[in-house]
Design a protein around this ligand. Structure first.
Ligand SMILES: NC(=O)c1ccc[n+]([C@@H]2O[C@H](COP(=O)([O-])OP(=O)(O)OC[C@H]3O[C@@H](n4cnc5c(N)ncnc54)[C@H](OP(=O)(O)O)[C@@H]3O)[C@@H](O)[C@H]2O)c1
Length: 241
């Protein structure tokens, strides 16, 4: 049985994995006052620490957790999709990181946390708060759903924006011209949800315009059809239009 360490400035944290999130997280934990080892690369020897925080690809978590276990009192991961099978706790910052961000990047964001015991969950909670993030619980039963939501909110938004950029380019419109539209749309959604933020020909019931847009979509027609169907569902579900 491990004993759960209370987090203090003396708490040593080994950040294992020097990729996009590992580097940023090591900088931020150091700025928050912890004694941080790393970010450690695969060729580095695992140092002894109170906490080993795995910032490695999800598929590497079982092996890296096994290797870290003898050197740490607690092992955690930062994956949104991976259950707690191999670790004591998890903290998943709900943000997209490219690796160049400063330590303030965690301020004001949400972080999904879970732990095997109340004490382990408390450690994840304290880590999130030390970073300036707001912790919220997501258990193993809801992880896949939670991570799918995150993919819709970030990855698939980019998929849609890539389609917009390609069609726009054909019409001589640059990404910079589309960006203010995207930002305003996201602000409106954040303030009041998709149904009330929705404008455009589908919510207006302007089927002729929708048909002309569809015909102009070229190889993006299947994506257009899927999104138009999903948009009509929002309109009928929320009684708009
Ligand atoms: N990036 C994000 O936006 C984001 C957001 C939230 C959560 N996360 C989570 O953060 C974790 C890492 O994601 P990432 O985006 O940072 O991935 P990444 O940029 O691919 O970095 C993963 C790092 O892990 C290293 N690694 C692989 N196997 C290792 C081992 N056995 N020992 C030590 N290091 C090892 C890789 O080294 P090599 O290059 O040598 O393979 C690489 O530096 C994932 O669980 C992901 O779900 C990421």
């Amino acid at each position: 049985m491990h004993s759960t360490p209370a987090l203090t400035p003396d708490t040593t944290i080994a950040v294992i994995g020097a990729g996009r999130l590992g580097g940023v997280l090591a900088r931020a934990l150091r700025a928050a006052g912890f004694d941080v080892r790393g970010p450690l690369r695969r060729e580095d020897r695992a140092p002894d620490a109170d906490i080993a925080l795995l910032c490695v690809p999800d598929s590497a978590i079982p092996a890296v957790a096994f290797a870290a276990r003898p050197h740490a009192r607690l092992v955690g991961h930062v994956s949104g999709a991976t259950p707690l099978t191999d670790v004591d706790f998890s903290i998943h910052p709900l943000q997209t990181f490219t690796g160049s961000e400063g330590p303030d990047v965690f301020r004001g964001i949400g972080a999904a946390i879970d732990g095997r015991s109340d004490g382990d969950r408390e450690v994840a909670d304290q880590l999130a708060r030390a970073l300036g993030a707001t912790p919220f619980p997501v258990d193993d039963a809801h992880r896949a759903e939670y991570h799918a939501a995150a993919s819709f909110a970030s990855n698939f938004v980019l998929t849609v924006l890539d389609a917009a950029e390609r069609l726009g380019r054909d019409a001589g419109v640059e990404r910079a011209h589309l960006a203010p539209l995207v930002r305003q749309t996201v602000d409106n959604w954040a303030a009041s949800g998709a149904a009330s933020a929705l404008t455009g020909p589908i919510v207006r019931g302007d089927d002729d315009t929708v048909a002309r847009q569809r015909a102009a979509s070229g190889d993006l027609q299947p994506l257009f059809d899927a999104l138009a169907t999903a948009t009509r569902d929002i309109v009928s579900r929320e009684g708009r239009g």
